[in-house]
Design a protein around this ligand. Structure first.
Ligand code: NCD
Length: 319
């Protein structure tokens, strides 16, 4: 594995399988009465969050703590960032305090990449602008494998990923979604066939170069999907009117119970959260037994434990 995790494209098929397998082993820790391993004792993980987050920040914190690392939570609000301190100076300060890994969320696409040039520890991208969110893709892959995973070995003994050939449809505000980009990259690396569905105004310009199919017709894609992943309409990143009204958006691209009935019976519904209930996803779909939304949150801790464990050399120390 590379020293940093900036993009889902940093992960080869073998790296991704290793992370998912490690996560599966670590999952058992979360169900024990004492949810702690000594693996990263003495290591320091800094959570450097310039953008609001509920799930991702707490999930990285829980993951690091379950591996016994020391965790420093740094949020830009209330720090010298508010006084104008640059990302570089903040990073060098944190590194001087002994950070072995910096987990960064930033509103600017590319910030984690720059950070990696300045520090000697590992950098993990926890979401940068509209660019990437690789650990979300890992927890999504883990969740799909857990619910639907096919054979992890083919007839000739070749290692399969459990996702080979599965059809994943990602729907909604692809333009502003770092989750969509990371999911397309990782899930295609793992052998899934990904289709993006969005209104033309919310489809990124260069999407034709991504390893996926493109469609504008949700009802046509649903019957052939094993996984339907709904994306949040990211109003805070919208600088113009991308669709006429919420009602119109919901009518064409929202997932309600009627539409869910078009999906094959074993197909699942995913959403990275936070949800706009009643916009991209109806409340009764989000709360249905086909929804993996709550599992995704739990799996986020496990997947991030696996990333920290492998990146901070826990495996070597233990052997
Ligand atoms: C996503 C994010 O922040 O990129 N959420 C998450 O990490 N769980 C998606 C979103 O904000 O819609």
């Amino acid at each position: 594995m590379k020293r940093h995790l900036i993009s889902a494209a940093d992960l080869s098929r073998e790296d991704a399988i290793e992370i998912l397998d490690t996560a599966a082993e670590l999952a058992s820790v979360s169900s024990r009465p004492i949810r702690k391993l000594p693996t990263l004792r003495g290591r320091t993980v800094v959570n450097l969050f310039y953008e609001d987050s509920t799930r991702t920040r707490t999930s990285f914190e829980a993951a690091a703590k379950r591996l016994s690392a020391d965790v420093i939570n740094f949020s830009a609000k209330g720090s010298s960032v508010a006084k104008g301190e640059s990302l570089k100076d903040t990073a060098l300060t944190l590194e001087a305090m002994g950070a072995d890994a910096i987990v960064i969320r930033h509103g600017a696409s590319g910030a984690p990449h720059r950070l990696a040039e300045w520090v000697t520890g590992s950098v993990i991208n926890a979401g940068d602008g509209t660019h990437e969110h690789p650990t979300q893709a890992l927890l999504d892959a883990f969740t799909i494998r857990q619910r639907l995973g096919g054979p992890q070995q083919d007839g000739d003994g070749h290692r399969g990923t459990g996702l080979d050939g599965l059809r994943v449809t990602i729907v909604g505000d692809v333009l502003h979604s770092r989750v969509a980009r990371s999911d397309v990259l990782l899930l295609s690396t793992l052998g899934a066939e990904v289709t993006l569905v969005a209104p033309p105004t919310l489809m990124p310009y260069a999407v034709s170069t991504w390893p996926c199919e493109i469609s504008y017709d949700l009802d046509r894609e649903l019957p052939k999907s094993d996984v339907v992943m709904m994306l949040r309409v990211q109003r805070e990143r919208m600088t113009a009117a991308y669709f006429p009204t919420v009602r119109e958006y919901r009518r064409r691209y929202g997932l309600d119970v009627g539409r869910m009935a078009l999906m094959p019976s074993r197909a699942i519904v995913m959403h990275p959260g936070p949800m706009n209930r009643g916009v991209e996803i109806a409340a009764d779909v989000a709360d249905s037994s086909r929804s993996t939304i709550v599992e995704q949150v739990g799996n986020g801790v496990t997947a991030r434990m696996a990333v920290l464990y492998l990146m901070l050399g826990g495996a070597e120390e233990n052997s």
